[in-house]
Design a protein around this ligand. Structure first.
Ligand code: FO1
Length: 314
């Protein structure tokens, strides 16, 4: 494999926990300022008046080194006093927002109310936490993933994902607000100047598709001069995490690496699959390695390998 180091600018598309792991590895492999992450905001919602951005926070906390080590979302060693008090008031506590995490969401909501766009708020939160990687929301506009289910009809994303623990059967996904949503400041510039675009091993339908639903983002990736590579979120027909396989099946898609390959189609030049899937037919160039990220060393190893693979494509 040709060795090509010294990337000056790489863009990664990421959702929540799975995406954040590879992002952490990339941030450690690349020089300061060389990585831009475009994060999913389709999961954002208002909770007791607060603007919560779960996927942006998961990436931000991971890069700040304070993410909860088991959940991947939320903050390590956080406490639940606010939730206990909500319960005492007889309110529902299905969304497990910890006390330290609450501070992030209070600040985000406060700064948004002062008129700052989400991209500027995110940059300020990252800067205060010492995160030097550029984390951009896909859009500053409202674009919400909505899940239509057999059992409950229309569910807001977090109701489906957290409240109902992604158990309802999905009939249809709708990305509300997509037609009008514009890329956030910096997103198109990042894509246009990228030497490589990496689609992290996030759920293609729930985490990556909302980003691609911002039409100008999809068009910028289609018009790319740089190679675009995705890492599979599926190994041997099982999701690395969460409902990827379940939803793909429910929507009548093939739920394995071949399904991921046809889902992305010509939007990507290559797909990184696990050694266990080395024989599965895919449409793009295939790279094979161990794609499980069990610890911090794995994140760096996979990121390093992905950068070498991209060097081979370029
Ligand atoms: N996920 C859960 O499964 N249960 C929770 O109670 C929960 C709380 C939560 C609080 C803040 C935050 O930023 C994320 C949180 N998540 C929780 C994760 C999150 O809702 C999902 O993982 C993503 O939206 C899907 O990527």
């Amino acid at each position: 494999m040709a060795l090509r180091r010294g990337f000056r600018h790489v863009v990664a598309l990421a959702g929540g926990v799975g995406g954040a792991k590879l992002v952490e590895g990339l941030a450690k492999c690349l020089p300061d300022g060389a990585l831009t992450v475009i994060g999913n905001t389709g999961d954002d919602f208002r909770h007791y008046g607060l603007h919560v951005s779960p996927d942006l926070d998961t990436v931000m906390y991971t890069l700040a080194g304070i993410a909860h080590p088991v959940n991947g979302w939320g903050i390590a060693d956080d406490t639940r006093h606010m939730l206990s008090m909500l319960a005492r008031y007889g309110e529902e506590t299905w969304f497990g927002l910890g006390d330290h995490d609450l501070a992030t969401n209070i600040l985000r909501t406060h700064w948004l109310a002062q008129g700052m766009p989400l991209s500027a708020v995110t940059a300020r939160l990252c800067q205060r936490l010492g995160v030097t990687t550029c984390l951009l929301p896909m859009t500053d506009d409202l674009l919400a993933t909505v899940v239509y289910t057999v059992e409950y009809g229309r569910l807001a994303f977090q109701e489906y994902f957290v409240r109902h623990r992604w158990q309802p059967t999905v009939q249809r996904l709708v990305y509300e607000g997509a037609e009008a949503a514009q890329p956030a400041a910096g997103v198109l510039e990042a894509l246009e100047t990228a030497e490589a675009i990496i689609i992290c091993p996030s759920n293609p339908l729930l985490s990556i598709e909302p980003i691609l639903q911002v039409r100008a983002i999809r068009e910028a990736i289609k018009a790319r001069r740089a190679p675009c590579l995705a890492v599979s979120p599926i190994i041997e027909g099982a999701a690395l995490k969460g409902p990827t396989v379940k939803i793909m099946r429910e929507l009548g898609l093939r739920a394995d690496v071949a399904g991921v390959s046809s889902y992305y189609g010509d939007l990507i030049d290559a797909l990184v699959v696990d050694e266990a899937d080395r024989e599965v037919d895919i449409q793009q160039r295939r790279f094979v390695t161990n794609i499980r990220m069990m610890n911090s060393a794995d994140r760096v190893r996979l990121a390093e390998e992905v950068l070498l693979m991209i060097g081979d494509l370029a």
